[in-house]
Design a protein around this ligand. Structure first.
Ligand code: ADP
Length: 459
């Protein structure tokens, strides 16, 4: 089976979030399952590789789509001030067209083109319009995966010409979206199958609350909408081999985890005792991630006998809040407002508890990484978090983390307090850690599910 995998960010070339992790790992897992895979992504300024190709996995060819006018600037989607690049429509329309042209030039006839998020939304549209009579793609089917429905890739009607599509598609049954047009909607309507990254999110996005106005389309396509949970790449995310850590460890040598804690506390200049819980969080500072919920209680949290470390890049308003917190609690709080992969890995390893207060979460990787690093998640019960984190029962010891339901600061604080009290009971905590150490969230299982979906759509 030949698969062209399209994603605007791919580890190790370019990353702003979980999509890049998925796009770097799933193709390799598909190759493992016997598929022949190729990837295409724009050659952004930050991609330093020479030439127009790279290779990952055993023999996955990666096409860099080159266009200096469009891609040779700082920031994958936004400029330094956080504003969308004004030519994003041209940038991603060009990417979609050129991805198709690249495999065509190469004679690689894909059975499946696997598109991901709005940046690739025009591919299913192009195949069913501009390329409809092109013999090369006549047997090609498209799969469109939603990693985050809220990023709709919407543009003003005045920009329509740049899509190269007939104006008749600017219509409620086409790409029109509240007076503008959405590339994501194009992907949802024109793809042969839709998937998203967890079973719960697949259900949630068919409701008004989570549907971003697309719930009608998603409901009408419910029979071809599948939720497949993401995995994580254990070649990257494994405390036993992770080169970013102060000391590698596994469940057989938990003491070494605490070396990481001790060293990180020292490096960040925190006075938190080694026996007090270290509470970490890593994520985009965006409304989705619920950092405003955390902000409401963070001062009370930092008044407790704990250490708190935050790593996040994003919106100014959250930066301001957390900077203040760090100033107020210098002895036990570390706030790092950048994107730093190495520090992220150190935080997953050094923390005892990892917080994810997301308002919505299509899958979430932080909780899966935490499990692998023997760090216990406190999470909001939504999307992929609800599919992977199970409330800990202090009576029976069942469960693997701590959940809260409503987006209420008090409820988050209550869940953290419960986590801290279980942490203090050393025996229960050790048991809990041993349990999560046995989990397997590697990509193999998910890759098998995708292969099944591909086969079904091809038959
Ligand atoms: P999303 O894709 O919505 O941002 P996920 O939980 O799916 O959220 O994935 C987030 C990924 O990005 C994780 O690998 C996380 O460690 C990483 N990440 C997020 N923010 C940062 C940051 N500031 N520095 C380093 N890594 C980060």
């Amino acid at each position: 089976m030949k698969i062209l995998f399209l994603s605007s960010e791919v580890v190790p070339f370019a990353k702003t979030g979980g999509l890049a992790d998925v796009a770097g790992a799933l193709p390799v897992a598909l190759e493992h399952q016997g598929a022949e895979v190729r990837i295409a992504l724009p050659k952004y300024k930050e991609i330093k590789a020479e030439g127009n190709f790279a290779q990952i996995g055993k023999r996955i060819k990666v096409y860099f789509i080159v266009n200096d006018n469009l891609y040779n600037k700082d920031g994958i989607y936004v400029d330094e001030e956080g504003k969308d690049h004004s030519d994003n429509l041209e940038r991603f329309a060009y990417y979609c067209k050129e991805a198709l042209e690249s495999v065509k030039r190469d004679g690689f006839k894909p059975d499946i083109i696997h598109c991901n998020d709005w940046q690739t939304g025009l591919v299913p549209v192009y195949l069913k319009t501009l390329y409809r009579k092109d013999d090369f793609f006549k047997d090609t089917k498209t799969v469109f995966t939603i990693h985050n429905l809220a990023y709709t890739g919407s543009f003003d009607e005045g920009e329509w010409g740049k899509t190269g599509l007939d104006k008749s598609l600017f219509d409620i049954n086409g790409l029109e979206y509240y007076g503008r047009f959405s590339l994501l909607k194009g992907g949802l309507i024109f793809s042969d199958v839709i998937t998203t990254v967890s079973p719960t999110y697949a259900k949630e996005i068919q409701t008004k609350e989570f549907g971003c106005g697309m719930e009608g389309i998603l409901k009408s396509r419910a029979y071809s909408l599948h939720g497949v949970l993401n995995g994580i790449d254990y070649d990257i995310w494994d405390p036993l081999t992770d080169k970013a850590l102060y000391k590698n460890y596994s469940v057989d040598d938990i003491k070494a985890k605490y070396v990481n804690k001790e060293m990180l506390l020292k490096e960040l200049g925190l006075k938190t005792g080694i026996n007090s819980p270290l509470i970490g969080t890593v994520g985009r500072l965006a409304e989705q991630k619920g950092y405003d919920i955390l902000a409401e209680i963070v001062n009370r949290l930092c008044d407790m006998d704990i250490g708190f470390v935050l790593l996040g890049a994003g919106e100014e308003r959250y930066q301001r809040i957390f900077k203040k917190v760090a100033k107020k609690h210098p002895s036990n709080t570390s706030v790092n407002l950048t994107f730093n992969a190495d520090l992220a890995q150190k935080i997953y390893a050094a923390s005892d508890i990892f917080i994810m207060p997301s308002r919505y979460e299509p899958c979430g990787l932080g909780q899966l990484i935490s499990f692998k690093y023997l760090t216990v998640p406190v999470a909001r019960k939504t999307g992929g978090l609800a599919d992977t984190v199970i409330e800990y029962n202090t009576e029976t010891g069942e469960g693997n983390g701590f959940l809260f339901n409503d987006c209420k600061p008090e409820h988050l604080l209550k869940a953290i307090r419960k986590a801290v009290s279980v942490y203090k009971d050393k025996q229960s905590w050790l048991k809990l850690i041993k349990k999560i150490a046995a989990y397997d969230f590697s990509w193999d299982r998910s890759a098998k599910k995708y292969i099944e979906i591909y086969k079904k759509v091809l038959s």
